[in-house]
Design a protein around this ligand. Structure first.
Ligand SMILES: CC(C)(COP(=O)(O)OP(=O)(O)OC[C@H]1O[C@@H](n2cnc3c(N)ncnc32)[C@H](O)[C@@H]1OP(=O)(O)O)[C@@H](O)C(=O)NCCC(=O)NCCS
Length: 145
């Protein structure tokens, strides 16, 4: 039995660090917009343990028009992958953003996660680009309205 719940920015930090910034300082796990009142942080819990996270924050990309949110810090602990937590975090977030009349959800996706996002109905926009210390990324998006 698992649940998706709203969490605080601070609650995301340990999984952000272990999955997305291994060996990097905790300061790199704090993102611009984390404490914005419009930002949503979601956690996937199983038996009371936080096993996955996703954050949704207002941010604009010149590719898109309308009300935009950006997905950041999408991560599931290795031993809990392939069990649907990632998918549930994304779909739960999309439902909440639709209630906020968000038009576009976009993000910078790591190459390793492209198939996961393709399976959730996201498409690539533009050419791939590099983010130093993290690797090749693609802008991906989905229309929510
Ligand atoms: C990407 C990530 C969040 C996916 O989370 P998850 O909980 O394992 O994903 P789910 O179990 O919900 O998988 C949903 C679907 O995507 C597929 N999928 C998940 N990860 C995949 C991958 N790396 N490659 C191909 N398919 C993948 C699953 O097979 C599943 O398919 P189905 O719906 O046909 O059964 C997780 O692998 C992760 O934390 N990776 C490391 C961090 C990372 O890369 N984050 C993204 C940064 S942009």
């Amino acid at each position: 039995m698992f649940m998706i719940e709203k969490i605080t920015a601070e609650e995301t930090h340990s999984i952000r660090q272990s999955v997305l910034r291994p060996g990097r300082p905790m300061q790199e796990c704090i993102f611009n917009g984390d404490d914005d009142v419009q930002t949503l942080h979601l956690g996937a819990f199983t038996e009371g343990k936080l096993v996955g996270i996703a954050s949704f924050m207002v941010d604009t990309n010149d590719y898109f028009h309308g009300k935009q949110y950006r997905l950041r810090g999408m991560a599931v602990l290795p031993e809990f992958r392939g069990m649907g937590y990632g998918k549930k975090l994304v779909t739960h977030g999309e439902n909440l953003l639709q209630q906020k009349e968000c038009d576009i959800l976009w993000f910078n996706a790591r190459e390793i996660a492209l198939k996961f996002y393709n399976g959730q109905g996201f498409n690539i926009k533009g050419a791939p680009f590099e983010i130093s210390t993290v690797g090749t990324h693609h802008v991906m998006y989905k229309k929510l309205s």
